[in-house]
Design a protein around this ligand. Structure first.
Ligand code: ADP
Ligand code: ASP
Ligand code: MG
Length: 477
């Protein structure tokens, strides 16, 4: 039995025309697979440059401005959202009764949005929990319209909110799925739909705690939703439809000569996503690995292009040694230095424990061999918290001059080069540093990923794009 999970990103449902295009893709897939489950993002920007409204961004901006006391913006946002969604219904859903019913449901959801924003304004703050309830509304609306668009092309589709099937912990804004419960609920609910010959259209991005409080999986989380559902349902295939021809050798907005990578190992894809390739949420690959489910990244607007296939082999015969370059911007390099660190056991452990107390994830780490220097790369938003925690942890050593002050370099970006050849092709790192050297770019810190299929380097913010272009050339030849 074949079961395909097909996920559509924001642009793929960005307006009525995009929704119709996505609906056609599902219609063709219905002929090829025994069962189909669709997962959708909220409506993103339209392929038409006149409509650049991104629903999730608008919802979040409205919640934040309400928290700042603005009593106008969320009303305006509601009108803008009603407009965008009603236009989509008009253009994508053919049956008048269906149109009326969906529009009514959307009115109700948008009234809920307005009420939530009004309470946020009264409270003067937006908690992560409230932000999740508000920012997840876009997917609930989009799923209803996309299901209508599918019925318009003859696919028997029904929308379903992932709050009913994806059970998560309560880390609002970045919730993690509780897989056993999710599997049980997803199985029961979705199989009941599939058995009736229905194509479920599931909301991406959102879930709910055991007690039913809505959560989100973090920005870009609909990719992760698709993998969670695929793993829970033992899917045979996952398709991730977006607005570019698959996973590219770098961000096309930085290097227009970026090309599609035809095949990537799961490990390479995980490194790329973790180190900033925004095409997939960093957690997307994890649920698929255990069950060996292949993932294809394809272009909704160019569906005949083969896109990228992500496989679970550890090695792809004949593939290029260096495949891709990614960036993480706005990071800081925090350095703990001092002669007194030399040979003192436990300094690294204490450094990590102190950072962990701040809830920050360390993107890169290196220790000089002379043991006089530990350097950590963290998101810039966490720099002040991390520095002050380290300073208090090391207060004794600092006062005895065994450790100098904890310092940071704040105008930094990480660039990461990914490819299975990094561990087994001699001279690869030399070529990477040579390319940066030739472009006159200074590297502040280096780390090789534990999987040995990536090297990450810290460069200055201002030269980040130049660094990407210089290293990207190596992936082309
Ligand atoms: P979706 O809404 O379909 O999930 P996203 O905007 O989240 O789409 O991700 C797709 C975008 O990611 C592309 O339009 C592209 O600009 C950007 N991008 C950045 N790096 C890469 C990469 N290495 N490969 C493909 N796209 C990338
Ligand atoms: N709509 C959500 C976001 O914009 C999730 C997604 O698109 O994947 O972050
Ligand atoms: Mg995305």
């Amino acid at each position: 039995m074949t079961l395909a999970v097909i996920k559509f990103g924001g642009t793929s449902v960005g307006d009525a025309r995009a929704m119709r295009q996505s609906a056609q893709i599902v219609r063709s897939a219905v002929e090829k697979f025994d069962h189909i489950i669709v997962v959708t993002s909220a409506m993103g920007k339209s392929p038409d440059p006149r409509d650049q409204v991104k629903v999730t961004d608008t919802l979040i901006n409205a919640a934040r401005s309400a928290a700042d006391g603005d009593g106008e913006f969320f009303h305006k946002a509601k009108r803008q959202l009603a407009d965008k969604h009603l236009t989509a219904i008009d253009g994508a859903v053919d049956n008048p009764e269906d149109r009326r019913r969906i529009a009514e449901e959307i009115d109700r959801l948008l009234d809920g949005f307005e009420t939530l924003c009004a309470s946020v304004r009264v409270l003067g703050e937006v908690t992560p929990r409230a932000l999740d309830a508000i920012s997840g509304l876009g997917e609930r609306i989009a799923a209803r319209i996309l299901a209508g668009a599918l019925r318009s092309v003859g696919v028997n589709a029904e929308s379903i909110d992932a709050t009913e099937i994806v059970v998560t912990d309560d880390r609002f804004q970045a919730a993690a799925p509780l897989m056993d419960e999710t599997r049980e609920r997803t199985h029961t609910v979705l199989h009941r739909m599939l058995d009736r010959g229905v194509v479920p259209v599931v909301t991406g991005f959102i879930g709910a705690t055991r007690t039913g409080v809505p959560t989100t999986l973090g920005r870009g989380g609909s990719d992760y939703s698709a993998s969670i559902i695929a793993a829970a349902m033992d899917a045979t295939d996952v398709f991730n439809y977006t607005d570019v021809n698959g996973v590219l050798s770098t961000d096309p907005r930085i290097a227009p000569d970026a090309r599609t990578i035809d095949r990537l190992t799961a490990q390479e894809m995980s490194e790329m996503a973790y180190y900033g390739a925004s095409v997939l949420h960093p957690m997307t690959i994890a649920p698929l690995i255990e069950r060996n489910i292949p993932l294809r990244v394809k272009n909704t607007f160019n569906p005949d292009h083969p896109g990228t296939l992500i496989v679970h082999d550890s090695y792809i015969e004949g593939a290029h040694a260096l495949k891709a370059v990614t960036t993480v911007r706005e990071v800081s390099v925090i350095t703990v230095t001092g002669r007194g660190m030399k040979g003192v056991p436990g300094i690294a452990a204490r450094t990590f424990t102190a950072v962990a107390r701040t809830g920050t994830s360390v993107l890169m780490f290196s220790q000089a061999s002379a043991e006089t220097n530990i350097c950590l790369v963290v998101p810039r938003a966490s720099t002040a918290r991390v520095k002050s925690e380290l300073q208090s942890e090391m207060a004794g050593e600092i006062s005895r001059h065994e450790i100098d002050e904890v310092t940071s370099f704040d105008e930094a970006s990480i660039i990461t080069v990914v490819g299975q050849g990094i561990s087994d092709t001699p001279g690869v790192s030399g070529r990477v540093f040579g390319a940066l050297g030739n472009a006159g770019i200074n590297v502040y810190a280096i780390a090789q990923g534990s999987s040995e299929c990536s090297i990450s380097m810290v460069v200055g913010d201002k030269v980040c794009d130049d660094a990407v272009r210089a290293v990207h050339q190596l992936t082309l030849h």
